[in-house]
Design a protein around this ligand. Structure first.
Ligand code: XMP
Length: 511
């Protein structure tokens, strides 16, 4: 792999993704690894990321000089560029002159990094220190007003570095610079494709599972659907999926899992219709946390019962989880498979159920998972599904959950989703919750008569990771169509309102 050494930049994941976009496999590693530990991973190249520290301060993590003699190409970015300069005997100075944001860069003369790119170009900068003298063996190949050496390269040892951030979209030629490093300086081949990933994972899963049996809790979401499809490609009918229909899904979703998904994959699916059970358990409850706890508890009971039934037919040792790479990176690495007692991803499995995890997506980003889903032939609606909370529509009916209220919300939600899709804007919003204020009524007029109906809240949001969010500025015409259709077609609703709160202070969901 190409190792991205993370010096604490929020950019490390982005760098890894950009490298992968060039069809070269890349992983993120912490900056606490020694040169020996780095080299033990047999890297094809190493990228030193940006970071908040100053290379001239005490106790800052820097690579040691022997890293550069190991015949492994190294590329430094921002802090990593300066750390590289210092390690190799160049000079880094505190200029006091800060460059932040779009900055004019001038390419000086011949260079492999900037080959074929304009001599003058804009790059994204964020630094106060700068490299004032390139280390021996390196040629300075670009400058900015605040950085006399803004890029350097050593074609013999296959090293290079840049002061700016090539990984961000604000550096228009950044991806080209990265490509020049990977292909032309490091001499790597672009061989990493989703097809290879599928083949590789299939081999890994076969090796891990052998002829034993595997269970998967399918939620209908992108991650568990793709993970299960991949495991099925590897071990076929040794996999059984359990889909708990808690009756809180949106219109058509249970059918999508039961029919489209099975048709596309041929997966062995056990569907448990537990609608009655969940509705009974939720009766009379209005407190959001109580509703969530009830759903979590019932989910475990139903899944456990189903798993035991499947298990009775033959012993099951493995459980599929749709864990993604950002979860792995953020929890500090991880070691592959683990024996678990309980896991939040499937709602906290009971103590006495012990499985070994199969996590075929743990090296992948969400967009890569979607591409794998597409390659595996999953329906587009499934591959591009927006995130949907485990407790489902129960936390979008504000107040007590009843079947009648769920029906009203489902009808309104189906209209909003259909109109969003028809306008081609599905992929421009992160999520589009539709909420029923079931304990509120307002007066309206229809025909010649007075109405007294429920309000529906539209909550379209934009986000990167759901930690923060902003309300999506959907076109007025689209909002108008949704409002007209909902108030015309859903008899119980006479008012549609738009939620224009960011997160924070609001959350995405209302409960
Ligand atoms: P909030 O409402 O906290 O939601 O801004 C953040 C993201 O998490 C989703 N969400 C959940 N997902 N189980 C889940 O799997 C849950 O209990 C749950 N609650 C919220 C929410 O839809 C949004 O994407």
């Amino acid at each position: 792999p190409v190792l991205v050494v993370d010096y604490g930049a929020q950019y490390a994941q982005l760098i890894a993704r950009r490298v992968r976009d060039l069809n070269v496999y890349s992983e993120i590693v912490p900056s606490t690894l020694s040169t020996e530990e780095l080299l033990a991973k047999d890297p094809a190249a190493i990228i030193l990321s940006g970071g908040p520290a100053s290379v001239n301060a005490d106790d800052t993590p820097v690579p040691t000089a022997d890293l550069f003699d190991a015949d492994v190409p190294v590329f430094g970015i921002c802090y990593g560029f300066q750390a590289m300069a210092v390690a190799l005997g160049g000079t880094v100075e505190a200029t006091g002159m800060r460059e932040f944001g779009g900055t004019a860069l001038e390419v000086s003369g011949e260079s492999r990094l900037f080959e074929g790119l304009p001599v003058g170009q804009s790059v994204w900068m964020s630094h106060t220190d700068c490299v004032s003298r390139a280390p021996e063996g390196f040629t300075a190949v670009a400058r900015t007003a605040g950085a006399p050496v803004a890029a350097f390269e050593d074609l013999v040892r296959r090293h290079a570095g840049v002061q700016f951030h090539p990984e961000v979209a604000h550096t228009p030629h950044g991806q080209a610079v990265l490509r020049h490093f990977l292909y032309d300086i490091a001499k790597l081949e672009p061989t990493w494709t989703m097809n290879n990933v599928i083949e590789e994972q299939v081999a890994v899963i076969r090796e891990q599972v052998g002829d034993r049996r595997v269970l998967c809790a399918l939620s209908g979401g992108v991650d568990s659907s793709v993970a299960a499809a991949l495991v099925h490609r590897a071990v076929g009918d040794q996999l059984t999926c359990v889909f708990v229909d808690h009756g809180l899904l949106r219109a058509g979703e249970a059918e999508q899992v039961e029919k489209d998904y099975v048709a596309a994959t041929g997966i062995n699916l056990k569907v448990v219709d537990a609608t009655e059970r969940f509705m009974t358990a939720l009766r009379g409850h209005t407190d959001p946390e109580t509703k969530r706890k009830i759903i979590g508890r019932e989910f475990i009971r139903v899944f456990e019962a189903a798993a035991r039934e499947v298990d009775a037919e033959g012993h099951i040792e493995f459980l599929v989880q749709g864990t993604l790479y950002p979860d792995v990176v953020e929890s500090g690495g991880g070691t592959g498979t683990a024996n678990i007692k309980s896991h939040h991803n499937v709602g906290g499995l009971p103590e006495d159920m012990k499985f070994t995890l199969v996590e075929p997506l743990r090296t992948l980003f969400k967009d890569e998972v979607r591409r794998i889903g597409t390659e595996l032939g999953l329906p587009e609606a499934m591959v591009w599904r927006h995130p949907f909370p485990g407790p489902g529509l129960a936390i979008r009916v504000i107040g007590e959950v009843t079947s009648e209220r769920l029906e009203i919300l489902r009808a309104a939600d189906a209209i909003a989703r259909a109109e969003l899709t028809a306008s081609g804007l599905d992929r421009s919003v992160w999520q589009f919750p539709v909420v029923l204020l079931a304990d509120v009524r307002s007066v309206g007029v229809a025909g010649d008569g007075r109405t007294y109906g429920y309000p529906i809240v539209l909550r379209p949001v934009s986000s990167e990771d759901a930690m923060t969010a902003d309300w999506s500025r959907l076109p007025y015409e689209l909002l108008a169509r949704i409002s007209t259709r909902i108030t015309n077609e859903v008899a119980e609703v006479n008012r549609v309102v738009l939620d224009i709160t960011s997160k924070p202070p609001g959350t995405i969901e209302w409960e």
